[in-house]
Design a protein around this ligand. Structure first.
Ligand SMILES: *[C@@H]1O[C@H](CO)[C@@H](O)[C@H](O)[C@H]1NC(C)=O
Length: 133
């Protein structure tokens, strides 16, 4: 039991520090953002779902793509494949919420899956559905 807890702390520490590195790299290097697209559920952006923007992103790109997600609740499962690095997902704080689907969602499926390197998310709230059974 205590070993498990320790492992968990280690994993959390590791992921926090790697996120920090990516973040600072992004800030010192912000001129390399090549393009910004807007996700807006209301329809006034380039895409209405986050996944559409991810799908649009070119594979194996080497410049930051900023995906700005307008305030709103996005009920979808987002998956970023390994061949799509350098994605900066930027929301509008607590008003930008990404949550997993309702009734049809598969138990154990996460709202958000990132397999790519150099991913940064900022000012986005992720809601993980609690399983009721
Ligand atoms: C996103 O929408 C803006 C405004 O309509 C447009 O100028 C821009 O070219 C679009 N970008 C992409 C990648 O479709």
């Amino acid at each position: 039991m205590s070993t498990l807890a320790l492992l968990l702390v280690l994993v959390l520490t590791c992921s926090a520090s790697s996120a920090q590195r990516v973040q600072s790299k992004f800030h010192t290097d912000s001129a390399t953002v090549s393009v910004t697209v807007i996700v807006d559920w209301f329809g006034s952006g380039n895409f209405t779902t986050v996944q559409q923007a991810i799908d649009w992103a070119p594979t194996n790109n080497n410049q930051w793509i900023r995906i700005h997600v307008k305030a709103g609740t996005y009920t979808e499962q987002v998956s970023i494949p390994q061949n799509k690095p350098y994605i900066l997902l930027e929301g509008e704080g607590r008003k930008t919420i990404i949550q997993s689907g309702g009734h049809g969602s598969v138990r154990g499926t996460s709202t958000f899956t990132v397999n790519a390197d150099n991913f940064v998310a900022s000012r986005i709230t992720f809601k993980v559905e609690q399983s009721s059974h």
